[in-house]
Design a protein around this ligand. Sequence first.
Ligand code: NDP
Ligand code: KPL
Length: 305
Amino acid sequence: MRNMKSVYLIGLGAIGASFCSKFIENDYENFKVIANGKRKEKYESSKFIVNNKEYKFKFISSEDNMEKADLIIIACKFHHLSDVIKQVKPFVNSKTVIMSLLNGISSEAIIAKELGEEKLLYSVCYGIDALRNDNGISYKNLGTIMFGEKENSVYSNRVEGIKNLFDEVGIPYDSPKDLMKVIWRKFMINVGINQTSAILRADYKVFQNDYYARKLMDDTMREVIGLANKLGIDLGDEDIELFHDFIDTFAPNGKTSMLQDIESKRKTEVEMFAGEMIKLGGLNSYDTPINNILFDMIKTIENNY
Ligand SMILES: NC(=O)C1=CN([C@@H]2O[C@H](COP(=O)(O)OP(=O)(O)OC[C@H]3O[C@@H](n4cnc5c(N)ncnc54)[C@H](OP(=O)(O)O)[C@@H]3O)[C@@H](O)[C@H]2O)C=CC1
Ligand SMILES: CC(C)(CO)C(=O)C(=O)O
């Protein structure tokens, strides 16, 4: 089993800070947050509040320290990724494992191209409902990190090492054999709920209670199922049903990360959702009419903040 001694995370937002808090609560000695330049200065003089509790994080900068990491967890938004990869590079050696908690199905290929496919483990967060606002970060459900090798039928040494690490710090996880299907299922969920919630300005209770919001979300998810099937990924209506059970457990006032972005007038991850659907649809002769419309609508909202 590979020992994950030094663990660095980059992207101290809703997702990143929620998981960071577990490392701090469990006094994980060699856990650090990567931040450079002005961001590091700002973080060092900021208070980080997660679920009403203050956490003190240790920061590491590629400008003053190049200690290599055993594991690097990336938790930024899609449009931060190319910058983040540059900042991560100095901490990577031949043994470093890299995990991306970004939603979507695109970040891994981008990281693999820049840092080496052999360093990657595939991962995605399920069921977390983290919110970031002026008062800090809060979540009701921490959810589960699903992770593993692309071909995950036998656990590798590094998968075992990370299972051990997550047990130690109390991060809920699973390492399913059919990880790629699980990642696609999450993509289907995000393409469905993140984008429709952003257009409708709808929190989770709307999707818990409103027939039409739910129908719009489901129709959008079905477009992903069609593409997935064309690419040999075995998603179906039962995956939509699984998500219906999940939504009912979410905090009614909680919001998708895309709706949070729209409300805070931040750039969204639409390129990673509708954008990726349109791109893959084009490459595979598969029409994506719903995603074409969602893409144009979300870009219009972004362009007119
Ligand atoms: N929020 C949620 O409930 C969920 C989100 N996700 C996914 O997780 C990913 C992260 O989302 P979320 O946590 O909501 O996003 P946030 O916007 O809350 O956080 C992103 C963080 O990345 C940091 N960052 C950006 N560029 C750099 C850089 N160059 N160096 C260091 N830090 C950087 C930002 O720092 P700064 O603030 O200083 O600019 C920010 O804190 C997304 O792909 C999202 O889709 C997945 C499941 C649920
Ligand atoms: C599934 C959902 C909606 C919450 O975990 C999410 O992934 C997001 O908000 O980006």
